[in-house]
Ligand binder design. Structure first.
Ligand SMILES: [Zn+2]
Length: 238
């Protein structure tokens, strides 16, 4: 895995190339009302419990998107689950290197009421009636000293994820695992994030994982890889 930041076109090309080498279904989902699509990748036996992982909703946080690709390329996702992956939920922001989309929208406030951005609507529509054993959203924080996470109904796995990151030798932020009240959080954000939406109606355990964006990109990618793998290994299957 290169630690150079690719363009969105290149990121999408790498995902589509996996169709030839990996057992992964990669499709483009239309964003109604905007001239763009989102990639959706699915793998594993659909009869297994489903895990959903999203990355890149903030375009200036590329490490999550690159970590998610690396996890699939390296076949590092736990085979006890099947997966619905959103490789980059803000393609225009990814290319612009901005938190917002090209429309100037912080997409991670637009997941309420069926989705109030074209990107959120596409995801909400595709998720309809789906239930997930675990939902992860991969972010970065430019003020963090190290890794930390937000956990919503996580069944206590948040601390184990932080411990796994620390055990791997990566720095952790003093915040560790935060468990904000979902209602107060939605109020403070002024809208629903993807994690809050999934916690509300679709996922048993939901976590937002934050890597420290002041560290090297390769280090942040590695941190997310460790954190995702820990989240999966800590998730019990009924
Ligand atoms: Zn973010």
């Amino acid at each position: 895995m290169t630690s150079e930041r690719p363009t969105y076109h290149e990121l999408a090309r790498r995902w589509k190339a996996l169709r030839a080498t990996h057992d992964v279904r990669v499709r483009e989902v239309a964003c109604v009302g905007a001239p763009r699509t989102l990639l959706c990748a699915e793998l594993g036996d659909p009869a297994l419990p489903i895990v959903t992982i999203a990355a890149g909703v903030h375009g200036d946080e590329p490490a999550g998107a690159l970590a998610l690709l690396a996890l699939v390329v390296d076949r590092a996702l736990d085979p006890r689950f099947s997966y619905r992956l959103w490789p980059c939920t803000n393609p225009t922001g990814f290319d612009l290197g901005t938190r917002t989309s090209a429309d100037g929208t912080d997409l991670n406030r637009t997941f309420g009421r069926g989705g109030s951005s074209p990107e959120a609507r596409a995801i909400v529509t595709a998720n309809r009636d789906r239930r997930y054993a675990l939902a992860l959203d991969l972010h970065e924080d430019d003020e963090a000293e190290g890794f930390y996470c937000y956990a919503y109904g996580d069944g206590g796995i948040g601390e184990a994820i932080v411990d796994a990151v620390r055990a791997a030798g990566a720095p952790c932020d003093p915040r560790g695992c935060l468990r904000p009240d979902p209602h107060a959080e939605a109020e403070a954000l002024g809208g629903l994030s993807l994690s809050l939406l999934l916690r509300r109606n679709a996922a048993e355990r939901t976590l937002t994982l934050e890597s420290p964006s002041q560290r090297d990109l390769s280090e942040r990618i590695a941190t997310h890889v460790v954190a995702v793998r820990a989240a999966l290994s800590q998730t019990t299957v009924k």
